[in-house]
Design a protein around this ligand. Sequence first.
Ligand code: UDX
Ligand code: UDX
Length: 471
Amino acid sequence: MAPVKVSKICCIGAGYVGGPTCAVIALKCPHIQVTIVDLNQARIDAWNSPDFNVPIYEPGLVDVIRGCRGRNLFFSTDVDKAIQEADLIFVSVNTPTKKSGVGAGFAADLHYVESATRRIAAVATSSKIVVEKSTVPCRTAESMRTILEANSKPGCRFDLLSNPEFLAEGTAINDLFAPDRVLIGSLQTQEGKDACASLTEVYANWVPRERILTVGLWSSELTKLAANAMLAQRISSVNALSAICEATGANIEEVANAVGFDSRIGPKFLRASVGFGGSCFQKDILNLVYLSESLHLPEVAAYWRQVVEMNEYQKARFSKTVVDTLFNTITGKHIAVLGFAFKADTGDTRESAAITLIRDFLSERAYVTIYDPKVEEAQIWQDLQEACPTTPLDSIKKYVTIVHSALEACKQKEAIVIATEWKEFKEINWQTVYDQMTKPAFVFDGRMILDVVQLKKIGFTVKVIGRGDRL
Ligand code: UDX
Ligand code: UDX
C-alpha cells in the first residue's frame, strides 16, 4: 500500500504545543483541514473568540489564526467527530510530573495520553495514523500501540509515529515556520515507513526535506528528552560557573561569551540566569532520571539529576544574596519583583524561578509587589498558593500585591528583583524609580539585562547574577 495522502488532521490538546503547531500546519497547508480539539470548553471558546483573544500569548500567533481560522482551521470540543473524520491524529495533551504513586516527583503522568489513546481506539471507524506529540518517556509509543491494537475494530489499522515538538515559547511561531529540524520516529516496518512518509509530506509543504529527520520510534522519543536535557545542562553548567564568578570577581557574561566563541561549543544557551523554568526542562530531566533508574543505571541517573539540583541551588543562592545584601534580614521589608513568567515573551509561568524566589521572600515575611506584562493575576495567585500550600491565600494576599506597571511596583520599595528578562525592564526610567525608592536602594538583576554602570551612577547598589563585587 502506498502512503496515505493526509487531507484531514485532528489534534487532541489545544495547549502551548498543539495550538500553535497545528495552527501553523493549517496555515502552510491550505489543502488540509485541521481541527484542534480540547476537553476544556473555556480554552476552545478563547481560541474561537471573535476578537482573537486566544488563550496563550505567543508573538505572531494571532496573525496565524487570523490567516486560517474558519478556512481550514477549526477549534472544537467535539473530540469524537474530529477523531472520526481525521486520517492523521496528533496527541498533544499534557504530561505533568506525577504527584503521587510510583515514581512520584519524577515519572511523567501519562493518564491523559492514555485516555486520549483509548478514546481514539473507541471511536475510530477507519484507519488512522496516530502521532505522539506530547513529551513522553521512551517507549510510550509501544503502550499506545498496544492499547490501539487491543481495542481496534475490524478493518481499522493504527500506525503510530513519534513527532516531538522542539518549539520554545516566545519564539514558537518562528520555530515552527523555520525549524532546525522536524523529527519523525516510526517502526521500521513497511507500514511504519509509509506512515512516516505521509507525515513527511505534510511538513514538506514548508520545511526543506533535508531538515526532516526520520528515525526509529524509540530514538525519536529519547531525542526529545535528550535535547531538553542537554540544553538545560548548558544553563546549569553556566550557572555553576556564575557562582564562581561572583566569588572571584570574574564576569560570567565575559566568560560565557569567550567560551561560546569556540565553534565546538557555540554561543547559544550560555546565558546565566536566576534558574531555568518552563514546562519541559525539569520534567524531561526527571523523566530521564527515572528512566535511567528503572534501567539500573544509577550513575547516569545521578548525572542528570545534578542538572536539576544545580538549578534549585541557583534559585536558592539568589534568594540568599538578596537577604544577605539587605543587611541579613528582609522581614517586613518591601521588595518589587519584576517579571513572573519563566522567560520573556510568554505568559506561561510553569516552573518559573520567580515563584521560588517569591516563596523564599514570603517565608522571611517580606512584602512583595509583583509586576509582569503578560501573566494573568489569577495565575499568579494560583502559583503562589501551590508554592505555599500550608498558607491560606488570604494570608498570602496580606504580603503580596500585584500591580500593572514596573514604576508602580518599585515605588517606595527597598529592593527590586529582576526575575524575567522582559525588554521593557531595560527601558524603565531608572532615575525616576530611584527617586521614588526607600534608600539605600538595591537592584538584584537575575537576568543580566540592566546597565549596571548607569544604575550605580544614579545611586543604586546593584547585584547581578555572575558578577563579583570586586569588579
Ligand atoms: C505540551 C506537551 O503536550 C507536553 O507533553 C509537553 O511536555 C509540554 O508541552 P502543553 O501544550 O504545553 O503540553 O500543555 P497544555 O497547555 O496543558 O495543553 C494540553 C491541553 O490538552 C490542555 O488544554 C488540556 O485541556 C488538553 N487535554 C488534556 C485534552 O484535551 N484531553 C485530555 O485528555 C487531556
Ligand atoms: C524548551 C526547549 O528550548 C524547546 O526546544 C522544547 O521544545 C521545550 O523546552 P522553552 O521551555 O519554551 O523551550 O524555553 P527555552 O527558551 O528553552 O527556555 C527555558 C528556560 O531556560 C527559561 O527559563 C529561560 O529563561 C532559561 N534560559 C534559557 C536560561 O536561563 N539561559 C539561557 O541561555 C537560555
